[in-house]
Design a protein around this ligand. Sequence first.
Ligand code: PEP
Ligand code: MG
Length: 600
Amino acid sequence: MTFSVHGLPVARGIAIGRAVLVVSSRIDVAHYFIKPEEVETEIDRVRTARNAVAEELLKLQASVALMGPNDAPHELSALLEVHQMLLQDEALTGGVKHWITERLYNAEWALTTQLEVIARQFDEMEDEYLRERKADLEQVVERLLHRMKGTAAVLAPTPPRKKRAPQDEDDDPTANDAFDAPLVLIAHDLSPADMLQFKKSVFAGFVTDVGGRTSHTAIVARSMDIPAVVGARSASQLVRQDDWVIIDGDAGVVIVDPSPIILAEYGFKQRQGDLERGRLARLRHKPAVTLDGQRIDLLANIEMPEDTVNAVKAGAVGVGLFRSEFLFMGREASARQTRLPDEEEQYQAYKRAVEGMQGMPVTIRTIDVGADKPIDGKPASKQEHLNPALGLRAIRWSLADPAMFLTQLRAILRAAAHGEIHLLIPMLAHASEIRQTLSLIDFARAELDNKGMVHGRVKLGAMIEIPAAALTLKTFLKHFDFLSIGTNDLIQYTLAIDRADEAVAHLYDPAHPAVLRLVADTIAEAQRQGKGVSVCGEMAGDVQFTRLLLGLGLRSFSMHPSQILAVKQEVLRADAGKLAPWAQRVLEADDPAAALLLPL
Ligand code: PEP
Ligand code: MG
C-alpha cells in the first residue's frame, strides 16, 4: 500500500530506490560495505562470535544448574535455553548471511538489520509470550555484537553494485532485480561521521527521522548532492528493509511502496531535474559577474581534501570553508588508526586540499567539534549532553586542549608553504578568546621556526556566528584580516533554536529581521574597514537569498560545490546597484520573507 511521510527537504532532487534501513542498536555499530572477496571472512566473524556466545551461554547454564532454587530461579535456566535456541535459529543466521552475501553489509550491520527484520515479525505476533521474546533476541544479538567488537576489518566503503535508474515513463524500476536497483538509506539518526562514511558509497538518497535543515548531517547530505529528507519523524519505523521508496528532496516527502502511476510521475520529475542540471552545467566556465559588472567570488565549502575535485569542477574560485573537523571524525572505526590525526597526517591533508585547488585560496577552519558534531558519534560527556550547542565546542574545545590545537596550527602553517591558505577560527565571542588564539598561533609559528621547519604566511579570519561577535565587530576587525559569517549558527543562537532539532525547525528562520540585521551590519562594517567578508553558512547557497545578500553588499559567497551553478545563475541575472535600495527595504520590513518576493 502506498503511503507518504513528510519531513524537511535538505538536498534537492528525486531518488527512487530500495530502502536500506540502518537501525540503531543499543551498541554502536559500524556500517560499511565489504568487498565481494571479504564475504567469507565476514561470515566467519559471525560464526566465531556465535560459537563463543554459545559457549558462554552453556557455561552460564552449567553454573545455574549448580545453584539452588533460591539463588537461581527456574525461569533463568529456561531463559538461557531460549537464548541458545534464538542464537542457532535459521531466521537469524540465514538472514545475516543473506545481508552479507547479497548486500555486502559488514557483519555488525547485517546482524542489526536482521534483528530489525525479525523484531518486526515478533511485534506482529498475537501471542504475548512470543511477542516478548523480542527482548531476548535483542540480548542475544547484543552478546554477538560485543563478541565481534575489535575484530572488524579496516573500513571498505566500496560501491558493491551497479546503479540503474528508471529509463522511461513505462519503465517500472520495481521490476529490477534488487541487486541492480539504486539504494536509499533510511535511519533514525545518522551522525555527521556516519554520513562521511556513506559519502563514498552507493546511496542514491537519505532519509532520517530526526535533524533540522542545517544540522551537520543535513549539510553533509547536501554536499553529496543526492536527494535527502530529514526530520521525517517515524520514517525508520514505517519503512521496511527493501521497500521501494521515492525521496522527493525538493518537497521533503518520502513515498513508500509507490504505485506505477506515482513512479512514472516521479521518474518524469527526476529527468526534468537532470535536464536542469545539464543546463546549469553550461555556466561552469562563465565568470560570476552581475549585469552591472560586479565580480562575485563563489567559493566552495568542503569536508575532505578530495572534495576539491568537485569544487574545481563546479567552477569555484577557492575554498571558503574547509570544515577540518571531518578529518578528526569516525576514526576509531578502524583499529589501525589512532584517535586523532597527528601533525604530519593533518599537514598532508591540508597540502592535498591546497594542491587540489590549483593555486586558488583555501580557507581552513580550525576544528569545530562538539554540539551535533561529536568526534566519535557520541557526546563527549554527560555535561555536554545537557546543552551541547552551548557547551565546549569549536574554539572553546581547542583552547581547552592547547596541545591538540597547536598540532593543528602547525600543520596548517606548514601547508601554507604550498599555496594560499586563510586560517579561520570558529565560534569566537570574547576578546580573551581572540587574545589566546592569536598567541597560540604565534607560539605555533615559533615552534616551527625553532625546529627549522618551513611554513607559510596565512591570512587570519574569524567566523561571525554568535550574536555577541556580530555586536562587537570592532574588536574582531582590529585583529583579523577577514570575517566569515556562519549563518547556520548565527540563526541558531540569535533565535534560540537548536538547528538540529526538527521539533522547532519551523522557527529556524534565516529571514528573521534580527538575523538579517546582524548579517547586514557585519557586511557593512567589514567593508567600511576595508576587510574581506563572506557568508559560508547554508544561506550563501540558497538561491532565495542571493539577491538580498548581493543587495547588502556581499561579494563573496561560500557553499557546497553542488549549489555554485544555481547561485551563479542568480548572480548573472542580478543588477547589484538596483538591488541595494531594495535590500534596505527588505531589511526594514516587519516580514522580510514576504518582502523578498517584492519587485525591485
Ligand atoms: C555556520 O555556522 O554557518 C557554519 C558555516 O559553520 P557550521 O555549519 O560548521 O557550524
Ligand atoms: Mg558554525
